[in-house]
Design a protein. Structure first.
Length: 294
């Protein structure tokens, strides 16, 4: 859905990439509407390039998509880059205290979008009609609001409120350790029927895409700043292998020579070469073309 393109624009003012190319954005638009597919693709590349553990990439990638579709600054989070804590822990959290239906979690200084998949798993794994969770030592706490859009297709209603740990007793949480006191995120999950959209098309899309904002984005795209998007697009190339003779030789079944030139495809002319016993007892080799003729 992007209404712009990158074109090769070599020149003295451009900075060449690893292949010696320079690029410029040909769009004069201030905003773009992205398809879910391209947003997912570039986000995955960026998370890999920024050093998130590969096993953590798919879940964080999807929540970045849902967050941006919901109007949260998820792409700006990617532009700012993962923190050292994000790379070191890649979404791992520690349970510091627990009681029936209540958890206190140490997020180890990671960003909310990186630890959101783990928090969602903990909420769902805890039995009971109501589960509360305090997430302490979390950065960019406002992005935890993405979890509010993850309960609709799970038969639950989730609220996420950045607040102070002083709210913990009223929420029914166990005592919060001192290291986790202060600012954090209070999550409450209630297992009850969520309100579904009246539009039957959105209801049909909901279990396929995972959130109402993403379902709407199937039709409208995800709006973002053109300058921000193209900056992320170019940075995402760091996750790709440089183009070379070696990479071309590993790009599928296409045969290339030592210079990377594609060799002629002979399969249309010869599809079998085998040994055939001749009538006089001699071994002969017969090649047949694609029409079966000798």
């Amino acid at each position: 859905m992007t209404s712009a393109a990158l074109v090769c624009a070599p020149g003295p003012e451009g900075t060449p990439d690893r292949l010696g190319r320079t690029w410029q954005n040909t769009s004069d638009r201030e905003t773009l509407h992205l398809s879910l597919r391209e947003l997912r693709l570039i986000t995955e590349r960026l998370l890999q390039a920024q050093g998130l553990a590969l096993g953590a990439v798919p879940a964080v990638r999807d929540l970045v998509l849902h967050a941006q579709a919901a109007g949260l600054p998820a792409l700006q989070f990617l532009a700012d880059g993962l923190s050292d804590a994000d790379r070191a822990h890649s979404g791992r959290v520690d349970i510091a205290a627990e009681s029936p239906g209540a958890l206190v979690v140490d997020c180890l200084g990671q960003s909310a979008l990186v630890i959101a998949p783990a928090l969602l798993d903990l909420l769902q794994a805890e039995p009971g009609e109501r589960v509360v969770l305090w997430a302490g030592r979390v950065e960019r706490a406002e992005l935890a609001a993405v979890l509010e859009h993850q309960g609709v297709d799970r038969g639950a209603v989730i609220t996420a409120v950045p607040s102070a740990s002083s709210a913990a007793p009223a929420a029914g949480l166990p005592e919060v350790p001192g290291v986790l006191a202060g600012e954090g995120v209070l999550l409450v999950m209630e297992r009850r029927a969520p309100e579904l959209p009246g539009d039957p098309g959105l209801r049909r899309l909901l279990p396929l895409v995972g959130s109402l904002p993403a379902a709407r984005a199937v039709h409208t795209g995800v709006e973002t700043s053109a300058a921000l998007w193209w900056s992320l697009f170019e940075r995402s190339a760091r996750a790709l292998s440089a183009e070379s003779v070696t990479s071309l030789k590993h790009a599928g079944a296409t045969a290339v020579d030592e210079n990377g030139v594609i060799e002629p495809d002979l399969t249309d002319d010869v599809d079998f070469v085998g040994g055939v016993r001749g009538g006089a007892g001699n071994d002969t080799t017969t090649a047949t073309d694609s029409g079966g003729r000798r």
